[in-house]
Design a protein around this ligand. Structure first.
Ligand SMILES: NC(=O)c1ccc[n+]([C@@H]2O[C@H](COP(=O)([O-])OP(=O)(O)OC[C@H]3O[C@@H](n4cnc5c(N)ncnc54)[C@H](OP(=O)(O)O)[C@@H]3O)[C@@H](O)[C@H]2O)c1
Length: 285
């Protein structure tokens, strides 16, 4: 089997490449040059691949200046457009296209499934809606799966690796008032979900990919401090984050309540459905 991946060097991409290569799957790495270069070179590169996975996107946690917002937006929309265009011109398109999206597509009040949701009109909400719309154009050519990802937890990258030094030093604490939801998912469950939709050909459409346990930032903070056996008494005030990241701080000070209803109904089981289990695995083994 041959699988092409854009965003292969990121947190999810590098874990996915490792897992697929361990299973002797041939992985084709789609670079930025391919995404933004000659259309034919991208088509040639992904020719013969059964699966195309799109994980490309510039980091969100930064000041949302006009130019940063453009980079955040374009890196997702233009890369998806290029990949969908490439697939649409292939004589033998792949069987499956998997695109990333985020739970930031939802409003931050209420608990949502894929079928019972309010979509956010904020910058991230609209970005995810446009991103998913770009990806959905591929459905004329192959099966499409869109994963709305929660915050992916791993020891070596992403949000947790950035929080760990503070918590280890006893300087961790809730963010803002801490009542905002914290939609999280263990990296190994993310990789298992990608393999699941590759194997089960009935899977198509939008899937929430966050753990089936809705917690808020206070519960997240307590669990992390508890596993590390450190105090976490120092809250990080929302205004400090706002000074650092401007409106980009919303990624940290708000959060969505999300349930992975479709994955669960289709028989996917999370190895880490509970935040304490996830932290024990990530931090004590
Ligand atoms: N991790 C999470 O908690 C989470 C949650 C929700 C949604 N997502 C989405 O899922 C996707 C993968 O997440 P991740 O955590 O693996 O992301 P990541 O670690 O930040 O990696 C992003 C990937 O995108 C590439 N990239 C960065 N800027 C780019 C640009 N301007 N044009 C094209 N490619 C670019 C990076 O390649 P370089 O090595 O060349 O920089 C890297 O391979 C992202 O789109 C992210 O928004 C992630």
């Amino acid at each position: 089997m041959k699988v092409a991946i854009a965003g292969y060097s990121g947190l999810i991409g590098s874990a996915l490449v490792r897992t697929l290569e361990e299973k002797e799957v041939r992985v084709v790495r789609i670079t930025r040059n391919h995404l933004y270069g000659e259309a034919s070179s991208l088509t040639d590169l992904i020719g013969g691949c059964e699966v195309v996975i799109n994980l490309a996107g510039a980091p969100l946690i930064k000041r949302w200046t006009k130019s940063n917002r453009k980079q955040i937006y374009d890196s997702r929309i233009l890369s998806t457009r290029a990949l969908v265009h490439a697939v649409s011109t292939m004589e033998a398109p792949p069987a499956l296209f998997v695109n990333a999206s985020g739970v930031g597509i939802y409003e931050d009040k209420g608990i949502f499934t894929e079928s019972n949701a309010l979509l956010s009109g904020g910058f991230i909400g609209k970005l995810c809606q446009d991103w998913e719309r770009e990806a959905s154009a591929v459905e004329d050519h192959c099966r499409l799966v869109i994963f709305r990802l929660g915050v992916v937890l791993d020891r070596q990258g992403g949000a947790l690796s950035r929080l760990l030094p503070f918590f280890r030093a006893g300087l961790g604490g809730r963010i803002g008032n801490g009542r905002q939801y914290f939609p999280w998912v263990h990296l190994s469950d993310v990789i298992r979900a990608f393999l699941f939709v590759m194997e089960d050909k009935r899977c198509h459409g939008v899937y929430n990919l966050s753990a089936p346990q809705v917690i808020n930032n206070i519960q997240f903070t307590r669990a992390l401090a508890g596993v590390l056996k450190r105090p976490a008494l120092i809250p990080v005030p929302a205004f400090v984050l706002s000074l650092l990241f401007g409106k980009g701080s919303q990624v940290l000070t708000s959060g969505q309540g999300v349930l992975p209803q479709r994955l669960t109904e289709q028989g996917f089981s999370f190895h880490f459905p509970d935040i304490n289990l996830a932290f024990k695995d990530l931090l004590q083994t």
